[in-house]
Design a protein around this ligand. Structure first.
Ligand code: SF4
Length: 452
C-alpha cells in the first residue's frame, strides 16, 4: 500500500512545535532540539526480527538513527524533519508496521501468553478501542487507559486515567474500573462483569468529554460515576509487587528475556546488529514493554546467557540489577542540539560513583536542558544542563531553579562527593530515598559544590 501525506491523519504540512501535554505521533510529531520526534506503538503486540530491522532502517534513513523505548513501552524515532516524516509513514506502511491511533490503551506485554494471568486483556482492549473510535469523543491527547489481566508482567504499577483490572471472584472473573492512578492508588468506581466493562469505560470517557478536551481521570468523581453505573461498593483488590521486565522470566514453560537499551536509547546500527545476534541465539519474537524494555521470546535456558552477553556488548541491559535503569536520561548532546552536556556520560558517571545508592527508591533525572523531556514531573534529584553549567535541582522539575551550578567538567568529582556523603550517613537497611529526604538540601548542595 502506498501512503501519501494526504492520507495521513493530521496536518503534516503544518508541522510545528507541539505544545507540552500533547502526544507526538506520526501525524503530529514533536519538535525537539534534534529535530522532530515521532512516538509510535505498533498495533501488533508481537514484532518480528524483520520488523525491528525495518525500524532500524527507517530510523537511519529518515531520522538521526536514534531509537528510544519509552517508560510506557512506546517507540520513539528522533531527528526527523518536516520532509522526512511522510517518508517514514510510507516506510512503516511498506514494512507492515501499523501505528496505533486514538486513545492509548495498554495491556500487559505478555497478555494472552502468560498462563498465570487472570484474563487475556487484549480482546477487551480491542473492543474498547472500537467503541472509542465509534464514539469519536474529544478526549485529552495524553489520556491513558490500562486493561490489566494480571500475570508476571502485569501493569500494576502503570499510572493511567482509566484502569480495568481483572479480579478473580467466586462467581467468576470481574473487572475493577478505577480512575487516575496505578492499581494501588487509582480510585475505584465499580466492579463490573466482563460484558459490562466496555460500557463502564465508555461512561467514564463520556464524562471526561463532557468536561472538555483537557479532562483527565483525576478530574472525575468516582462516587457519581458509580451511581450512574448502578454499581455496588468495590472491595479492595490484592496488589502484588510488580515484577520489572528486565531479566529472565519463566512464563509457563517458556523463557522470556527482558532487555532495555541503556537509558532507553540505542542507535539503529546497534539495534540492528543486536537483533541479528538475538536471532542467532534463537529469538523468534519481540514485544515492547514498560520500563523501556523489549521482551525476547524463543530463547531457552541454554541460549539465554548467550543472548544476555550479546545485549551487554551492545550496551543493552539484561538484568534487574542494572543500576542505571532507575535514572531517567534524555538524548543529551549526543543526539539533541538543545543539550549543553553529554547526559549519557553523566549518567554513566553517576552509576560508577553512586550506583549502590540507585536502589529505585527515588527518582533521578539527567536532562540536557530545562525542557526535561525524559522526566517532565519533579524528581528527587535532577542534573540539568544550563548555559552556565550543570545545575543541581532538588525535589523539582528540570526547568525549576537550580540550587547550584557547576561546569560540566566538574561534575564527576561532584558526584563522587555526593555519593561519599550519602554513603557515610546511610543507616543499615535504609533506602536511598529516605536518606535523601532526611538530608538537608544545604548539605547536599555543599557536597555538590565541594564546600564540605
Ligand atoms: S531535555 Fe534533552 S532531549 Fe529534551 S530538548 Fe532538552 S536536551 Fe533535548
Amino acid at each position: 500500500m502506498t501512503v501519501t501525506c494526504a492520507m495521513l491523519p493530521g496536518p503534516l504540512g503544518e508541522i510545528g512545535a507541539l505544545r507540552r501535554g500533547a502526544c507526538p505521533s506520526l501525524a503530529t510529531p514533536m519538535r525537539t532540539g534534534d529535530g522532530l520526534l515521532v512516538r509510535l506503538r505498533p498495533t501488533a503486540a508481537a514484532l518480528t526480527a524483520h520488523d525491528l530491522l525495518a525500524l532500524a532502517d527507517l530510523a537511519r534513513a529518515h531520522g538521526n538513527g536514534l531509537i528510544e523505548i519509552t517508560a510506557r513501552g512506546n517507540l520513539q524515532l528522533r531527528g526527523l524533519t518536516d520532509a522526512s516524516v511522510p517518508h517514514l509513514a510510507v516506510g512503516l506502511a511498506a514494512a507492515g508496521i501499523v501505528p496505533q491511533t486514538g486513545v492509548a490503551i495498554e495491556v500487559p506485554p505478555l497478555a494472552g501468553i502468560d498462563p498465570s494471568e487472570l484474563a487475556d486483556a487484549a480482546p477487551l482492549a480491542d473492543a474498547l478501542r472500537a467503541a472509542l473510535a465509534d464514539a469519536a469523543l474529544v478526549l485529552a491527547p495524553k489520556l491513558a487507559v490500562v486493561v490489566d489481566g494480571g500475570g508476571v508482567l502485569s501493569l500494576a504499577d502503570m499510572v493511567a486515567d482509566i484502569r480495568l483490572d481483572a479480579v478473580a471472584r467466586i462467581r467468576g472473573l470481574a473487572w475493577r474500573l478505577s480512575l487516575g492512578g496505578d492499581r494501588m492508588t487509582a480510585r475505584a468506581v465499580a466492579l463490573l462483569p466482563g460484558e459490562k466493562a466496555v460500557d463502564g469505560v465508555m461512561t467514564v470517557a463520556a464524562a471526561l468529554a463532557a468536561i472538555g478536551p483537557a479532562a483527565r481521570g483525576r478530574d472525575l468523581d468516582p462516587t457519581l460515576l458509580a451511581a450512574a453505573l448502578g454499581a455496588a461498593p468495590v472491595p479492595p483488590i490484592p496488589v502484588a509487587s510488580p515484577v520489572h521486565p528486565l531479566g529472565v522470566h519463566g512464563i509457563g514453560d517458556e523463557t522470556v528475556l527482558g532487555l532495555a537499551p541503556a537509558y532507553g536509547q540505542i542507535h539503529a546500527d546497534r539495534f540492528a546488529a543486536l537483533t541479528r545476534e538475538l536471532v542467532a541465539c534463537g529469538a523468534t519474537e519481540f514485544r515492547l514493554a514498560p520500563h523501556h524494555a523489549l521482551l525476547v521470546r524463543g530463547l531457552c535456558a541454554e541460549t539465554v546467557a548467550a543472548a544476555q552477553a550479546c545485549a551487554t556488548r551492545g550496551r543493552v541491559w539484561s538484568t534487574q540489577d542494572a543500576p542505571g535503569r532507575t535514572v531517567s536520561v534524555c538524548a543529551g548532546s549526543a543526539g539533541c542540539a538543545s543539550a549543553s552536556f553529554d547526559t549519557h556520560a553523566a549518567a554513566d558517571a553517576l552509576v560508577a560513583r553512586a550506583g549502590d545508592l540507585l536502589d529505585g527508591s527515588f527518582d533521578v533525572h539527567v536532562s540536557g536542558c530545562p525542557k526535561g523531556c525524559a522526566h517532565p514531573a519533579a524528581a528527587a534529584v535532577t542534573l540539568c544542563g544550563t548555559a552556565a553549567g550543570v545545575g543541581l535541582v532538588l525535589g523539582g522539575r528540570a526547568g525549576d531553579g537550580a540550587a547550584a551550578i557547576l561546569p560540566a567538567d566538574a561534575l564527576r568529582p561532584a558526584l563522587h562527593r555526593l555519593g561519599a556523603l550519602l554513603r557515610a550517613r546511610r543507616a543499615d537497611g535504609e533506602t536511598a530515598g529516605n536518606l535523601i529526604d532526611r538530608t538537608a538540601s544545604d548539605t547536599l548542595v555543599s557536597a555538590y559544590q565541594g564546600q564540605q
